[in-house]
Design a protein around this ligand. Structure first.
Ligand code: ZN
Length: 435
């Protein structure tokens, strides 16, 4: 490893086509296994299916502190039908970037974790607590063979672990001329909901008014005009207070007023696109994504099914969103929960300060802030074991690169400088970790 630079490691990882589905992460996982073995670190290979594997390695500590978990996924989303400047699975290095699918999400971060662990090992460093490195498959498709699988089947491997670092956080987010670094401390929960809209059916030749189709139209129009009720959760409060207290007038006042539930929606309307990232952290949300109804051109359907991608704030339950939705669209519409993925419930900020100080050491202008993610990550599985995840894959990004627009898109790429920054920061965490 001493002779392999981090950008070369990332290049190798990108060249394994781990598009999920089908994933086929085994070769990539075995490559990492061999790499660690070469440095004297044994790892366990776990998996239910030969081509879907996971790896767990330990850098042994002296046992004076609890172990610390670092986890990442090596599967990636599809790159087909997108216009790439460089082929997505070649890992071309050009203009100071490593290009390719997974550079940001999240093979780049996996490379940072591996190289930080290898560096500590090569220096003979013994941390206070074990550093547990866990590289999984299948994050992009519900973690069935990945994090969910190992949490369900091997909980003992994570004994005594309180804290973990994972994806979504630690990167530069410029706002109002300041350099913020969000660190994910909470995420929303997924809940798929089905509405069944019923009405008078009949022959297509006879006019029918106020049938299921008309009700569906009204329902969708109402959803389009409204939001579910405002909720100020503790994580949203922490995030918005941290932002507003570091910004000047009038942005600070605007952001603070989002925390006043009487004003929240009005301010969001005024902010328009600029307020887009705040809307989902202040509401449970539903998006209608699938509609099924009607089979034949001359038969008026008496029933239409509408499926919603529902997202619930931390601390709330499916009954809450069902109740809110029902109030909005009318009690006569039948609602049913199709699936629910419970997320982390409480937030433990115990490691936030150390992560923030590492970021400030790497970038003197860094302002670390707690962050709530509107999507879901593998954090929800590890939280079942009582583990608090922090989104911490540090990347120093200059203004010409917008993390949120490149993720899952064409021309996904990471600056080599950001890779070095991340590996250095994670190394600092390993040597500075004191539980
Ligand atoms: Zn990811």
């Amino acid at each position: 490893m001493e002779c392999m630079k981090i950008e070369e490691l990332l290049q190798k990882l990108i060249r394994f086509n781990t598009t999920n589905p089908p994933g086929n992460e085994a070769e990539c996982i075995m490559y990492i296994h061999e790499l660690l073995k070469g440095a004297g670190i044994d790892s366990l290979i776990l998996g239910d299916k030969g081509e879907r594997l996971n790896l767990i390695a330990r850098l042994e500590g002296n046992g004076s502190k609890p172990p610390l978990l670092m986890y990442g996924h090596v599967d990636v989303v599809i790159a087909a039908d997108q216009a790439w400047q460089h082929p997505p699975f070649e890992g071309v290095i050009e203009d100071g970037y490593v290009w390719g699918r997974g550079a940001l999400d999240m093979k780049g971060a996996v490379a940072m974790m591996i190289s930080a662990v290898l560096r500590a090992k090569s220096e003979g460093f013994i941390p206070s607590g074990d550093i547990v490195l866990c590289i999984v498959c299948d994050e992009e498709n519900d973690g069935i063979y990945g994090a969910k699988y190992i949490v369900d089947n091997y909980p003992d491997l994570f004994k005594n672990i309180k804290y973990a670092i994972g994806e979504i956080g630690g990167f530069t987010m410029p706002i109002g001329g300041k350099r913020f670094y969000p660190i994910m401390v909470a995420e929303k929960q997924r809940c798929a909901i089905r509405a069944t809209v019923k009405g008078q059916g009949g022959h297509g030749s006879m006019p029918v008014k106020d049938g299921a189709m008309a009700k569906l139209g009204e329902l969708l129009a109402r959803l389009n005009r409204s939001r579910l009720p405002v909720h100020i959760t503790s994580s949203a409060k922490m995030m918005l207070q941290a932002l507003s207290s570091n910004l000047g007038f009038p942005t600070n006042i605007v952001l603070k007023s989002l925390l006043n539930p009487v004003l929240t929606d009005k301010v969001l309307d005024l902010l328009g696109d600029k307020g887009r990232m705040f809307d989902p952290v202040l509401h449970n949300t539903v998006n209608a994504t699938i509609v099924r109804g009607g089979e034949k051109i001359n038969v008026i359907p008496g029933e239409i099914r509408l499926d919603f991608d529902g997202r619930i704030l931390p601390g709330f339950a499916p009954e809450d969103i069902m109740d809110e939705l029902s109030k909005l669209i009318g009690r006569d519409i039948e609602l049913q929960i199709l699936s629910y993925d419970r997320g982390p419930e409480r937030i433990d900020m115990g490691m936030f300060e150390i992560l923030g100080s590492i970021l400030r050491a790497g970038d003197r202008e860094a302002i670390p802030i707690p962050f709530i993610v509107s999507g879901v990550t593998d954090a929800r599985f590890f939280s079942k074991l009582g583990i608090q995840t922090y989104g911490f894959t540090p990347m120093i990004l200059k203004n010409d690169i917008d993390f949120s627009r490149l993720i899952h898109s064409a021309d996904e790429r990471i600056p080599v400088e950001a890779l070095d920054f991340g590996a250095e920061s994670i190394y600092k965490l390993i040597v500075g970790y004191d539980g």
